[in-house]
Write a protein that binds this ligand. Structure first.
Ligand code: NAP
Length: 519
């Protein structure tokens, strides 16, 4: 039997009971390790994090915690090659796709380490300026943000075991809030290994970082009033979490990052071969194939004016035809596998739903697998679907195929395009392509209310734009409505979730002491 990966809870490594759940190589089908959270004393582990970890973190200043994040990044850096090895084996990703997760995690940690320095020698943040409460200037209100006296439970999706951990843990730890991470079971190995490496160097106080691998059973029951829960995953699981009594009765604050029918929109006025057209085509093909389309931000709907539909279909299809698929260990392979055979079956089923209402413009079934057995590997080629009648293809706007699949959609005019984008009911990101600055700016503002991020690509930023699907810690990540309604990252904005806001009402002279008292 393979190694049973231990949980780190209550300040010590603990093995779960029983044989556990096997983690598999999705290309070879072999067992890699096992995880089990059975029999763990979750309430005791949460209490240790809440009290020991929380007290130790809150006794530090933001500046000290920022330095601590820097030390975490330093502990992870030398182990990178091991992380790539684990990602190849457990996620089935080629090196460039593993980098999105691993380097993205390290970059985000480094970003918060640097940003946290600017908060310096303080333990509480002031929120805004003092405001007079009446005519008399002697009595005023000042809002303050204090780290919540609870734990941050981070429940993550399978597609970003490294970035998903650190993009949440960095703002939480910087805020002074201890973290308990529950990685998705299928790919828990990488997160567990990273926590192992951080624990080994002892740069975090006891209780500041815990990991529970395996079943989620009992985790939400262990949450108390001042704890917070940051969840990334499917809308289905999100709905279960929202209905849990920790949320409905104990007011545990929840941030939800769920699925999203993200768009790429090519504005009218472009021609095949124009720079904006090419940028659009490249980005759609790229987003479909990075991590085999298993990115919450991936482009699912690609919108073009009717006159460009055929040219766009041809150009994207030509790009996809060059995508070699199979064993990520082979140098000839550009796109590895999905995370599991179960996920492959889900993707095939969802693809079938969309195919009932669309044409198949490029069929992934035509891609031979390189160095992989189709009966074992969770590999599939990229498929581009298309429709010239989006009103007759409603499923395109509500079915997230979490794999290398997108739909090309023809629109009549700008108003039609915006209405189609909005049929996603709120998304993480839409990217807009064009060369008319006024039209790009107007479209971006029109879409802002229904998106966490609008990514505008004009020819002048062809070489510097950061990519539709790349989540940069400087910018907000999350989206309204269907996307879960959450907000992560966005620089220091991320810290607000882990703080409690309170209004202090007092004499003006007392408020003058706050910056010193907060230090
Ligand atoms: P999932 O099945 O919802 O699982 C997400 C996490 O929730 C896993 O850790 C899972 O544990 C856990 N979980 C399952 N049932 C639970 C319950 N009843 N209570 C508490 N936790 C529970 O999602 P997934 O299949 O891993 O991820 C794919 C989905 O995530 C896609 O829809 C994608 O769009 C979305 N996603 C969104 C973002 C974003 O930032 N918006 C990012 C990445 C992915 P187990 O693994 O042990 O079941």
């Amino acid at each position: 039997m393979t190694e049973l990966l231990k949980n780190y809870l209550g300040g010590r490594w603990q093995a779960g009971a029983g044989p556990g759940t096997a983690l598999l190589d999705p290309v070879l089908g072999t067992e890699l390790a096992r995880v089990s959270a059975a029999g763990l004393d979750l309430p005791a582990g949460f209490a240790f994090a809440r009290h020991s970890g929380g007290a130790a973190l809150r006794s530090m200043t933001y500046g000290e915690r920022a330095a601590m994040l820097g030390a975490v990044a330093k502990a992870l850096q030398p182990q990178r090659e091991e992380y790539y090895r684990i990602a190849t084996a457990n996620s089935g990703t080629v090196r460039a796709d593993s980098a999105v997760d691993i380097e993205g995690a390290l970059y985000t940690l480094g970003f918060y380490a640097k940003l946290g320095e600017s908060l310096g020698n303080r333990r509480v943040l002031l929120d805004g300026e003092p405001v007079r409460l009446g005519k008399d200037p002697l009595f005023q209100s000042q809002h303050v943000l204090s780290p919540t006296r609870g734990v941050a439970l981070l429940i993550n999706a399978f597609n970003f075991p490294a970035w998903g951990l650190w993009e949440k843990a960095a703002p939480a730890l910087l805020s002074g809030v201890p973290v308990i991470v529950k990685p998705a079971t299928a790919t828990a190995w990488l997160a567990q290994r990273m926590v192992t490496d951080v624990v080994a160097v002892g740069v975090l106080p006891p209780g500041a970082l815990s990991i529970v691998c395996g079943s989620s059973a009992g985790l939400l029951d262990a949450l108390e009033a001042f704890d917070v829960l940051s969840f990334t995953g499917s809308a289905h699981t999100a709905a279960q979490i929202r209905a849990h009594r920790a949320v409905t009765q104990r007011s545990v604050r929840v941030n939800i990052e769920a699925d999203s029918l993200n768009c790429a929109l090519l504005l009218p006025g472009e021609t095949p071969g124009a720079s904006a057209f090419d940028l659009f085509v490249n980005e759609v093909a790229h987003e479909m194939t990075v991590k085999s389309g298993q990115k919450c931000t991936a482009i699912r709907r690609a919108l073009v004016p009717e006159s460009l539909y055929a040219a766009a279909a041809q150009a994207i299809g030509a790009r996809l035809a060059q995508t070699t698929v199979g064993n990520p260990r082979s140098d000839a392979v550009r796109m590895g596998s999905l995370v599991s055979r179960a996920q492959l079956e889900n993707v095939r089923a969802d693809l079938g739903i969309l195919q009932q209402q669309t044409q198949t413009l490029h069929d992934g079934a035509g891609h031979p697998l390189i160095d992989a057995d189709a009966a074992v590997a969770a590999c599939m080629g990229p498929t581009l679907l298309g429709t010239r009648e989006p009103e007759a293809a409603q499923r395109v706007h509500d079915t997230e195929v979490f794999g290398p699949v997108a739909t090309l959609i023809a629109y009549r005019d700008s108003a039609h395009a915006l209405a189609l984008v909005r049929q996603g009911q709120g998304s993480l990101v839409t990217s807009v392509y064009g060369s008319d600055p006024a039209a790009l700016a107007a479209t971006a503002l029109e879409l802002a209310d229904s998106h966490g991020r609008v990514h505008v690509v004009s020819p002048d930023v062809a070489g510097s734009q950061t990519g539709h699907g790349n989540v940069m810690p400087q910018s907000l990540h999350g989206g309204p409505g269907r996307a879960g309604g959450g907000e992560e990252l966005g620089g220091l904005r991320a810290l607000v979730f882990y703080h409690r806001r309170s209004a202090l009402q007092s004499s003006t002279s007392l408020l003058a002491h706050l910056p010193t008292a907060a230090a």
